[in-house]
Write a protein that binds this ligand. Structure first.
Ligand code: OGA
Ligand code: NI
Length: 352
């Protein structure tokens, strides 16, 4: 099947296939209206926060670090972390497993192809190849990852080392995410203990993304502007390309820091905090020269758990600003709505 491309009867074409065919232009379905095209060369005027997580374990430094995290959450909705406890070899192995997976033949990858967002494991391209009006220059494999013993048998069995390498990284990120949740809830004055069980039993969806070099990176995107639905996302990337919007809707390029991970707040934290923190809008730009890989670990409370504003953060000056929602509600929403058109979080905001 590889190489048949757009002329095939099969409507599925991966961007890896287009890249292998060396298409000189992006096919029309990838071309965005001019107003939605990215600015590729943003100047890096802002220094983005980098948090040394090892300081959280030192009583004398912890409160200063929490202040930095609080500032980053309020102003930007994201920060990078270093000394996060995940060894570099584990990170490199996960990226190597991802590289090998996307290098497999299309036929092999197609065994996991699905456009059903409720499937716990699925391979695909763009956001959803079956329904996207405009296509995005991305291939992906997504899989539920926690508790790992419930899901790992469904993960790709090729390359043979995939389960081991991605599994080690998945388990390490799950641990890291718990520490981050503890710190972030503390900055909101919320009791971690009350939510601990649901955080531990929450959902972890890993989105492993592949953005091959693109012949016309100024016309298209790897992913459109969106925020993630969960509590937080921990993102590992192999190179630059991610852009984030600050609270003045200005796009910022995330500098690539080897070994660092990016923490992004999702819609569940925005709702829990009753709007004190906002989920961060982000998009992925492309490069004409380089392929980029990313592994986004999207964490959320258990799939059916309805999340509303924390009662401690609601008073007369701060009335309830959001309706409750669960991860399942989000999946139902994206089954019938295009998140490139309208943000999910806008559908649950209470009108004032
Ligand atoms: C995502 C996402 C960013 C990236 O998977 O939700 O935003 O850099 N990924 O791949
Ligand atoms: Ni995202």
């Amino acid at each position: 099947m590889e190489g048949e491309g757009e002329c095939s009867d099969n409507p599925f074409t991966s961007v890896m296939t287009l890249t292998k065919m060396r298409v000189p232009h992006v096919p029309q379905r990838y071309v965005l209206p001019p107003s939605q095209r990215p600015t590729l060369a943003l100047d890096l005027t802002t220094t983005l926060p980098i948090v040394d997580l090892s300081t959280l374990h030192h009583a004398s430094q912890r409160s200063l670090t929490l202040d930095t995290i609080q500032g980053a959450c309020k102003e930007l909705g994201f920060f990078q972390v270093v000394n996060h406890g995940i060894p570099l070899p584990v990170i490199h192995d996960a990226l190597a497993a991802a590289t090998e997976f996307f290098n497999l033949s299309l036929e092999e990858k197609m065994t996991l192809l699905s456009d059903n967002v409720h499937n716990p494991v699925r391979y695909g391209t763009s956001l959803n190849h079956a329904s996207d009006k405009v296509h995005y220059w991305r291939d992906f494999i997504k899989h539920y990852s926690h508790p790992i013993s419930d899901w790992i048998h469904l993960w790709p069995s090729n390359p043979p080392s995939y389960k081991d390498k991605m599994g080690n990284y998945a388990k390490a990120v799950q641990v890291l995410h718990k520490q981050l949740m503890e710190a972030i809830l503390e900055t909101l004055g919320l009791n971690f203990g009350n939510l601990q069980k649901e955080i531990e039993e929450g959902n972890q969806l890993m989105a492993i993304n592949c953005y091959p070099a693109c012949p016309e990176p100024d016309l298209t995107l790897g992913m459109p502007p969106h925020s993630d639905y969960g509590t937080l996302t921990v993102l590992l990337q192999s190179g630059p390309g991610l852009q984030l919007q600050d609270n003045k809707k200005k796009w910022l390029s995330v500098p690539f820091v080897e070994g660092a991970l990016l923490v992004q707040l999702g819609d569940q934290i925005e709702v829990m905090s009753n709007g004190q923190y906002k989920s961060v809008v982000h998009q992925v730009t492309l490069s004409a020269e380089n392929k980029r890989l990313s592994i986004a670990s999207l964490h959320s409370l258990p799939i059916n758990k309805k999340i509303g504003p924390a009662p401690e953060l609601v008073d007369e000056q701060h009335p309830v600003s959001y309706n409750e929602f669960s991860f399942r509600d989000f999946l139902d929403y994206i089954s019938s709505n295009d998140i490139a058109d309208k943000r999910f979080i806008d559908s649950i905001k209470k009108s004032v």
